[in-house]
Write a protein that binds this ligand. Structure first.
Ligand SMILES: [Zn+2]
Length: 419
């Protein structure tokens, strides 16, 4: 019998994700940072494992155990905020109108360029802490608020530093093609040239990003520009991702499929043809219902049509200062159900196995299985159906990363004092 390093027991339900069905009253045994047992407690000894005097025990106390959540789309390194724009939008201003008036991404860009690497790190760390406290153990983070060589590199170095010194594993994406910065508006081709021949080679030379992303929209980049940028990125080893069809149907889903994108993100206005193309290309759809809610949009990404076509659907916070300032990934499960009509198991897979697939981490994140890294969350709800249902509240009680307990919610006192 081999003693375990960590034993999670007392769960009402363990949701392994992937193709596995939830396990009632399952336990999770961990040794050397990996899951070594998953199943009923009675089977533990038969599998050769036992809790010993040195075993850390986590009592799930009738809660739900899931894989560590994966947030596959965030922009969490930036300076400044855009609370004023939120108020303007409530008065009727559109996202495009605010962007044309110099607000939006350009506003965040100005603040981000002025901030030091140290400051950006200090601003981003608490956001990453909040993601972790909501159960996220792996996240993608994009650059894209620098839009010049030095600031884009600065942002990617901040992401690398956070990855090295924070329990959450980060996957970096270069999004120099977020918008055309104001100083290049008169000559867009020069900015595309700078991306292709200046920024991308510098990013690749320092090994600062795994993915290259382009925001395809009337107010950002056109499909032919996106093609040039993503092909240049791919030739340097940066795999393509795309922000597409968020505000209009720009044929972005088809473009993502044609370019072999790992993920196509947003997709509010994706066409039927585009959905079929994504399925054929094996591209994962990353849907961002928090942005839909925050922008007060009526258009919903076609989650059901995507799933029916065989496209894996992931959900993300899109954590960013303009269109979705939140780190609450569980809230996206609720929005995934209420706005996108996902079922509870589909919503949970969308922030675990499918989210991991969207960022090239399907082999190490987003599922609980023997042999995989022990990233898991204990939620204070009795089943996966209750996590999206009781919404707007953080139910994460214990977060384990690589077999180590990295967060435990403090005990909450009751204010009820019966006479
Ligand atoms: Zn985004």
């Amino acid at each position: 019998m081999t003693p375990l390093d960590l034993l999670v027991s007392g769960a009402a339900e363990v949701f392994p994700s992937g193709d596995e069905a939830p396990i009632s009253h399952g336990v999770v045994g961990v040794q050397a940072g990996r899951v070594v047992y998953l199943g009923p407690e009675t089977g533990l000894a038969g599998a050769g494992w036992t809790p010993g005097p040195g075993t850390r025990r986590v009592d799930a106390a009738g809660g739900l155990v899931t894989p560590g959540l994966v947030d596959p789309h965030t922009h969490l390194v930036f300076a400044g905020d855009r609370a004023h724009e939120y108020a303007l939008r409530a008065q009727g201003a559109s996202y495009q109108e605010i962007a044309r008036a110099g607000g939006g991404i350009a506003h965040t860009m100005a603040h981000t360029r002025a901030a030091s690497e140290e400051t950006l790190c200090a601003l981003a760390a608490p956001r990453l802490d909040r993601l972790l406290r909501h159960g996220v153990t792996t996240a993608e983070v994009k650059s894209g608020y620098g839009l010049d060589l030095d600031t884009e590199l600065k942002l990617l170095r901040v992401i690398r530093r956070l990855d090295r010194h924070h329990p959450v594993d980060l996957v970096a994406t270069f999004l120099g093609a977020h918008i055309v910065p104001p100083e290049h508006r008169a000559d867009r081709a020069r900015y595309v040239d700078l991306l292709v021949h200046g920024m991308l080679p510098a990013v690749a030379a320092e090994g600062l990003a795994e993915f290259c992303d382009v925001f395809v929209e009337d107010t950002a980049f056109h499909p032919d520009e996106a093609t040039a940028i993503l092909r240049a990125g791919a030739s340097l080893g940066l795999r393509p991702k795309l922000h597409v069809d968020q505000l209009t149907d720009g044929g972005g889903a088809r473009l993502a499929a044609d370019l072999g994108a790992v993920s196509a993100d947003h997709l509010e206005f994706a066409s039927v043809d585009g959905i079929r193309a994504l399925a054929d290309a094996g591209t994962t759809a990353v849907l961002l219902p928090g942005a839909t809610l925050f922008l007060g949009q009526s258009a919903r990404p076609p989650a059901r049509a995507l799933l029916d076509a065989g496209v894996p659907v992931a959900l993300a916070t899109d954590c960013n200062p303009g269109t979705c300032p939140t780190e609450n990934l569980s809230l996206m499960l609720t929005l995934g159900m209420s706005l996108l009509r996902l079922q509870p198991d589909e919503a949970l897979r969308a922030v675990t196995c499918h989210a991991a697939r969207a960022i090239g981490r399907a082999d190490v994140a987003g599922a609980l299985a023997v042999g995989r890294p022990a990233d898991l969350v204990v939620f204070d709800v009795p089943s996966h159906r209750h996590l999206p249902y009781h919404f707007g509240v953080n139910h994460a009680r214990t977060v384990v990363k690589g077999g180590r307990v990295v967060w435990e919610a403090p005990p909450t006192p009751t204010f009820f004092t019966p006479a």
